[in-house]
Design a protein around this ligand. Structure first.
Ligand SMILES: *Cc1c(COP(=O)(O)O)cnc(C)c1O
Length: 391
């Protein structure tokens, strides 16, 4: 069982509990101040890089405004995210279109709004960009390793083999686009810093090839996201990631030829800003001798905890009785809906106090990323997750 001081100093925790007081569960409390701190930390660690916040982690206007004021750039994955960030007054020059899967008319729309930096990983998408966003800068996303050490791997859905990426960059030039750079994503909540080393080795090979064989000088490397948030499993602090990545880069490039670096953090920027507050609806056992209690809470996979699918992301789960209880017991944690997939943790072996009762509050820590943006609209009639923003 965890103690709250492993995650928050008393003053920060008090901010969350004050915001939660008297409110009906479930709801997510997001402390915008913590997002500022994380953003500034990232800027401090990568002072020359451009940060393009991956909006899908939390596309809330409140979050966008905070990051926009701090000077962040944005990576959007759809015209809806694009409209959202533009409506916040962000100039199109600060926006990239990072989704390689998009309709021709979405490219046309983004271009009409001024977006001139696009990701691609296929010939047909590239041709759409050439036609509907002429003259834009292109970065090609490559497939990289790392899925076995990422807690939320991004699989083979995005990216292409470096040889194909080289062909696409050459074709981009021939189509009147700017072959600008290369991107990758090593998988979200990536525990192994060396995943960036492997990916950067591929990128270096491509930079050299393009210069020597095609006389194309690529200008940018997009290192994607993957930086960790603070869940149950142990990870290195983001400082260690930054030091290692900067070392890989300086091994590969002299200072005077260092490419422009783009980072696209999502989870690491906003994950730690959120606490999801729920309450115990029911506690039961499946037989008289069942060793595990089933604890059903008023949040589940459909109210924001979708990343517990496959028990992938292991949120720290806290209830105040943990501070005093000496009798932990193994539980299955499940949500309130009538879908049997609505079980968060069955095999992980979460422990909650034996003293736990119906009505007790359960706090899901580090839930600022990929929660409210995934919450269902009305499955089983449950409303979408309410979010309370504090400063
Ligand atoms: C989701 C995504 C990110 C953010 O990844 P995190 O692991 O949350 O930091 C960055 N870039 C792209 C292209 C993405 O799809």
């Amino acid at each position: 069982m965890i103690k709250i001081d492993q995650y928050f100093d008393p003053a920060s925790w008090q901010k969350f509990t004050q915001a939660a007081e008297g409110r009906e569960t479930p709801f997510l409390v997001v402390d915008l101040e913590r997002i500022k701190t994380k953003y500034n930390e990232m800027v401090g660690l990568f002072p020359t890089a451009k940060i393009h916040y991956a909006m899908k982690a939390s596309p809330a206007i409140e979050v966008i405004n905070v990051l926009a004021d701090l000077g962040s750039n944005f990576d959007c994955a759809s015209v809806y995210e694009l409209d959202r960030v533009l409506a916040c007054g962000v100039d199109a020059a600060r926006i990239s279109y990072g989704n390689t899967i998009k309709k021709a008319r979405d490219v046309e729309y983004a271009y009409s709004k001024g977006v001139q930096l696009y990701a691609t990983d296929s010939e047909l998408d590239l041709k759409n960009i050439a036609k509907y966003a002429p003259g834009s800068k292109i970065f090609v996303r490559i497939l990289v390793e790392g899925s076995d050490t990422a807690e939320w791997p991004l699989s083979r859905k995005f990216g292409c083999h470096p040889n194909m990426a080289i062909d696409l960059l050459i074709q981009a030039r021939d189509l009147g686009l700017v072959p600008y750079g290369i991107s990758f994503h090593v998988g979200s909540q990536q525990r192994d810093v060396a995943a960036w080393d492997d990916a950067l080795a591929k990128v270096k090979y491509m930079f050299d090839w393009m210069r020597n064989e095609e006389n194309i000088k690529l200008k940018m490397i997009n290192l994607g996201g993957g930086f960790p948030a603070n869940y149950l499993s142990e990870v290195n602090p983001v400082q260690v990631y930054a030091e290692e990545i900067k070392r890989y880069l300086s091994d590969d490039y002299n200072a005077d030829e260092m490419p422009e670096i783009i980072l696209e953090p999502g989870r690491s920027l906003v994950g730690g800003s959120g606490v999801l507050v729920s309450e115990v609806v029911l506690i039961s056992r499946k037989s008289h001798t069942d060793l595990k209690r089933w604890v059903y809470t008023d949040v589940g996979l459909f109210q924001g905890l979708i990343e517990t699918l496959g028990e992938a992301i292991k949120y720290p789960v806290y209830t105040p009785k943990m501070e005093t209880s000496n009798s932990p017991g193994t539980v299955v944690l499940a949500g309130p809906t009538c879908d049997s997939a609505d079980i968060m943790y069955e095999d992980t072996g979460y422990q909650l106090p034996e003293e736990l009762e119906i009505g007790d509050k359960i706090y899901w820590l580090t839930t600022g990323a990929y929660t409210n943006s995934y919450s269902a609209i009305e499955f089983n009639g449950f409303p979408p997750l309410e979010v309370v923003y504090i400063k």
